[in-house]
Design a protein around this ligand. Sequence first.
Ligand SMILES: O=C(O)C1=C[C@@H](OP(=O)(O)O)[C@@H](O)[C@H](O)C1
Ligand SMILES: C=C(OP(=O)(O)O)C(=O)O
Length: 425
Amino acid sequence: MIFHKIHSLKGEVTVPGDKSISHRAIMLGSLAQGTTEITNFLQGEDCLSTIRCFGQMGIHIENNKDTILVHGKGLHGLRKPDEILDVGNSGTTTRLISGILSATDFEVTLTGDSSIQKRPMGRIITPLTMMGAKIESIKGNGCAPLFITGSKLKGIHYISEVASAQVKSGILLAGLYADGETSITEPYVSRNHTELMFQYFGIDIQTDNTTVTVQPAKEFPASQVVVPGDISSAAYFIVAGLIVPNSEIRIKNVGINPTRDGIIKVCEQMGANITLENITDTNGEPTADIIVRSSELTGTIIEGGIIPTLIDELPIIAILAAVAKGQTVIKDASELKVKESNRIDVMVKNLKLMGVDVEGTEDGMIINGGNTLHGATIDSKLDHRIAMSFAIAALLADGPIEILGAECVNISYPDFYTHLNDLSQ
Ligand SMILES: O=C(O)C1=C[C@@H](OP(=O)(O)O)[C@@H](O)[C@H](O)C1
Ligand SMILES: C=C(OP(=O)(O)O)C(=O)O
């Protein structure tokens, strides 16, 4: 696909439902007793993979697009799938479902696409094994395919080396089945959607700073979940509205949970004109309309505890930094290397092709911004966040940007190009 410079961005956009919350709604709906109704569910390939996996384990899930009905069978209602469970491209599905599969009374093989088969699963195998789970990396390389034998689990207190909501959530889901309390401490607070949704479904869970503790669950009833818009999808339009001259856009109904809103803080730190309106609460998750206007931006330092709150936004933040005047330093973000692609290497390589002064480091990037962006051919490596980031960079480039593998946006935002086109003037 080829993208060109535009004059401005104007109008309103409603981004799709939050990916993290959509996954969790299917999982908890499947484990609840009765029918959970989910609205504004993300119809992206990753969340459809979660639906497919629970369907294979006997959960009847009606996908009527506007509403999803999950006919939950309670905590012990899953049945052994006839075939391998395929998570597609979704790390979230893999790590969260592993926590549940650890506690069943059957064996299962879990795998995914070539990207998933390179992503580290030791971080979930280690704590789940401490709980009594039996998980084997079939190729012995700490990655999927995984062979999981459901077992009796015990509660542990786990200190995680990474601030990862996927690790935390896998452990908390296993903790529902443990014989005692389970807790996890992480170096920084990662997104807390699992905690909020456990609470919403009536599960006993407590958070104390960086430690989360869950009690063994009793059966809990189905509920209704309204999924807020995904701030990680809104991020592309936040940045586009800031960097393209004469722009003003409203992004409606976006989740602004403080464990996810690092992008707003960083933009403000860089001088962005951003306002939040219609702030409200959607089943425990704060949401708002985000209004962005073109702004003069300056570089900044992004490091430490803010990193987990904007981890998926770092590729588009790198584009913002390439346009801002002065230097932006991104540190403490080595997790970027183990996402759908090595997002440090892929961003640095492609930004260089556009003429950006950028250097990759062990745990981030140093970007000297403010120079003209040039046309180039960008290989997305089939990473949705990379494809969307460069589609936004193209809006300012002095020549066409060709994106290879552009269709990978279907993972998290199938209507992305249509929405971008609708806002473009
Ligand atoms: O829990 C989640 O829903 C997610 C957690 C993050 O991963 P890590 O927990 O591995 O950092 C994020 O990158 C991913 O897109 C979604
Ligand atoms: C890292 C991501 O997702 P996952 O880990 O679920 O594949 C992402 O969406 O950027």
